[in-house]
Design a protein around this ligand. Sequence first.
Ligand code: ZN
Length: 310
Amino acid sequence: MIKDIKGLHHVTSMASDARQNNRFFTDTLGLRRVKQTVNFDDPSVYHLYYGDETGSAGTVMTYFPFPNMMLGRPGVGEVGETQFSVPKGSLKFWQDRFTAQGVDGLELDAVFGANRLRFMGPDGDGLALIESSDDKRAPWVADGIPDDAAIRGFAGARFNLNDTAATEELLGFMGYQRAEKEGDVTRFIIPNGNGANTIDLAALPKTPFARQGAGSVHHIAFAVENRERQLEVRKALMDTGYQVTPVIDRDYFWAIYFRTPGGVLFEVATNEPGFNRDEDTAHLGEALKLPTRYEDYRDQIQANLVPLAA
Ligand code: ZN
């Protein structure tokens, strides 16, 4: 069994409009844009990262905004809900804020004993705020959002699956422990995680498969401390029969990817070197950063991208 997974590292989704996406995550949700770069496989598209002050593992929501991309169709085989952790008692603040800003899909309920406010991102993204009374992570505090309401990072994510059996087995192998079951949803928790500690598996046997598009989660990344741990995790997964990519340099972390039996694309990413590797912490996310191989094309690339608000 793998013992090196520390919870989530980041969640990467797709969007149809970079400016709208940037405004929603920095202004409406009050996260910090910690990096402004391009999709390393398609530099005509931004890769935007939003998180806490330094972009700590377990706080980072990332987006590929493909201009005018068609909306995805929710279904099984994907992450159906990305969940952010907020302090207990803060959902009223968020409900009022979202209502005033015209955020769609507001639904207040409780899951596994915690209050939840579900809402949609600009492309119908399945998002939720979950109240927690014991999340010690320091928040990034943005204009108009008090410290006692600000997002602490991810709480976790819910996968929508036709059949959960193989994913349950995989999560167990990755060090997650099975916790309660509530209706069709089974909760898994990583012990000694970074705060983004839960994965909920919803069993939806009759639901059709999702069609990926704007608003869909592209992949979900799990955190490991460093490259040595990552190589151990890679070997353990390969020895168990998973087809894992070689280690890929993403400039701010090292990544490996593998497709899981339920359809969700998993990544395992390192906490090193981090988002301040090429910018001071005070100025993270302000300038367009490019991987070295694209620097010669900077003018061309920049001309192709819509400028973002600061
Ligand atoms: Zn990723």
